[in-house]
Design a protein around this ligand. Structure first.
Ligand SMILES: [Zn+2]
Length: 529
């Protein structure tokens, strides 16, 4: 892995940096490319490689003895911007008048750029020497472009042969050419990487396992993730390191993964936990470019009833037992499929009555970030919006964060699940024979394991698929970063004995009925009952 810079020909160096948040402050750090040559939010911080999804990329260069920087908001366009800037500067040095070229939108970095150098604007004063230099620059540009094309072609052929190009990195256009680094630039830019920094990162291109783990953990430290999550990651990764006994990431193989899984089973973990914990290790490996160690049959299997759904009848009974405000809250769970934490942090500004949707957005002042950093919006039935409007009108009390469902003190409410269990108990909906981890019997109090918040999300997901929502759309609504998580719900679709009644229009009906409204007409408008 090397620091990223685009050096086209030998004259001009463009540094690629990223402004990231370190200990609460924004800092420019050198970007680090994957072995595939792409940028995936990796930067050098104090000699360590860290992953920073936040912040913006910059390209940096020297021009007329001054350092210049330009932000490139789209990660996929950064390298192309850098390459074009290098060509532009080379051309200027050679006396060619060029416009600042704009790259085509990603992902098309291989497309030819015939408009790069506008030859028509050649100054009349250009002499033979300048012309010669200009021609040289253009040839260098063409050569570099051809190198990229050839690189892409070779990569394609390797992939066709089943060879993982990520494991056999092709240094095509991200060569670190220390000869071309101007000394002045080094001293003027303290953020630039030093050779020492690179030395302790790797020995012969290998990544130290302990360092990789620590660098990974830094990125999940609170408040980036919840403390509980962080503790679990740390536990799992340290355990993995101790179990496998390898020094370098690159030495880890399938057997190491399998014996770690055996270890997890041996200390009493269930298949699902083993799966989740192995997933943490795989994430570490993947971020370091190591994939495919485990095959399908290696992965832990667990019973398929891990996604429990509410039945329409029990929901109707639940909503009947709700106060008007509770009803709005739990309908919100059912009809948006949002996570507990997301609903806890939903503000009134996230409810778009005009466009009939709700949004999941970060709330910096409350330390809330959507999982996987994805803000998103989810369309909702009119019945819910009507209910929300009425609820808003009667909402009282201090609400400094403008939350939709705050505590009495105006804070995010962490008790939605407890409250749900109380309603279920009140409505006589406890199963009557389960017992919680702490030994609380649901026959005696609000402890029934059949009632939990995430079950609304499962119900929403399955019902959406059954009503014909595409898996891609549902992935967006649920805010899943990978499709596999969404696809789990496909298993439950079409079990008509249970879920026949639960398509989206029926959910809307149910909401309307519970709210004392007539069902929605064809335009989605709600008529008063
Ligand atoms: Zn129970």
């Amino acid at each position: 892995m090397s620091q990223v810079e685009a050096s086209v020909g030998s004259r001009t160096r463009i540094n690629v940096l990223k402004k990231v948040k370190i200990n609460g402050q924004w800092k420019l750090c050198s970007a680090v490319a994957e072995s595939s040559g792409r940028l995936k939010d990796r930067v050098r911080v104090n000699g360590h490689t860290e992953i920073h999804p936040e912040g913006v990329y910059y390209i940096e260069w020297r021009e007329n003895n001054q350092r210049r920087r330009q932000a490139v908001p789209n990660r996929n366009e950064v390298l192309e911007h850098a390459r074009l800037k290098a060509l532009e500067l080379d051309a200027r040095k050679a006396g060619i008048d060029v416009e600042s070229p704009q790259p085509a939108p990603a992902p098309a970095p291989m497309a030819p750029r015939s408009n790069l150098v506008s030859m028509g604007t050649r100054p009349a004063s250009m002499d033979a020497t300048q012309l010669g230099r200009a021609a040289g620059v253009i040839l260098q540009g063409i050569e570099s472009y051809l190198r990229e094309l050839v690189g892409a072609e070779v990569k394609a052929q390797l992939t066709a042969l089943g060879i993982d190009t990520a494991k056999a990195p092709l240094e095509v256009h991200l060569a670190l050419d220390s000869e071309s680094v101007p000394k002045a630039a080094e001293s003027a830019a303290p953020e630039l990487p030093t050779p020492e920094a690179k030395a302790n990162q790797s020995v012969e291109g290998k990544t130290d396992l302990s360092e990789a783990i620590d660098s990974y953990l830094k990125n999940v430290e609170p408040p980036q993730r919840e403390r509980k999550t962080y503790e679990e990651y740390r536990l799992v990764l340290y355990k993995f390191r101790d179990t496998c006994g390898k020094k370098f990431l690159q030495e880890i193989n399938r057997d190491d993964c399998l014996s770690f899984m055996r270890h997890l089973y041996s200390i009493g973990n269930e298949a699902r936990t083993v799966f989740n914990r192995m997933g943490i290790v795989q994430q570490l490996l993947r971020l370091n470019g190591i994939t495919g160690l485990l095959q399908g049959r290696d992965k832990p299997k667990f019973v398929s009833n891990v996604r429990k759904m509410y039945e329409p009848e029990e929901l109707e009974s639940l909503f009947k037992a709700c106060t008007p405000d509770e009803k709005v809250l739990y309908l919100f769970f059912l009809l948006t499929g949002e996570r507990d934490k997301e609903i806890r942090h939903t503000a009134w500004t996230d409810i778009d009555f005009a466009r009939k949707c709700v949004r999941v957005t970060a709330k910096k002042q409350l330390g809330f970030k959507p999982k996987d950093k994805e803000e998103r919006e989810i369309p909702v039935p009119s019945s819910l919006l009507t209910a929300l409007k009425e609820y808003k009108a009667r909402q009282a009390g201090s609400n400094p964060h403008n939350l939709v469902f705050p505590t009495a003190g105006g804070r995010p409410d962490r008790k939605f699940e407890n409250k749900l269990k109380k309603i279920a108990r009140r409505a006589g909906l406890n199963c009557g024979h389960c017992e919680s981890k702490h030994g609380n019997k649901c026959s005696e109090g609000p402890h029934c394991s059949r009632w939990f918040l995430h079950k609304f999300r499962h119900t929403f997901a399955t019902a959406s698929l059954e009503s014909g929502v595409s898996i891609r759309t549902l992935q967006e609504w649920l805010g899943h970063s990978d499709l596999a998580s969404t696809m789990v719900y496909l298993k439950f679709v079409g079990r008509k004995d249970i879920h026949k009644l639960l398509d989206s229009s029926q959910m809307a009906d149910l909401a309307a009925k519970s709210l004392g409204l007539a069902y929605a007409d064809a335009n989605g408008e709600i008529a008063e009952a």
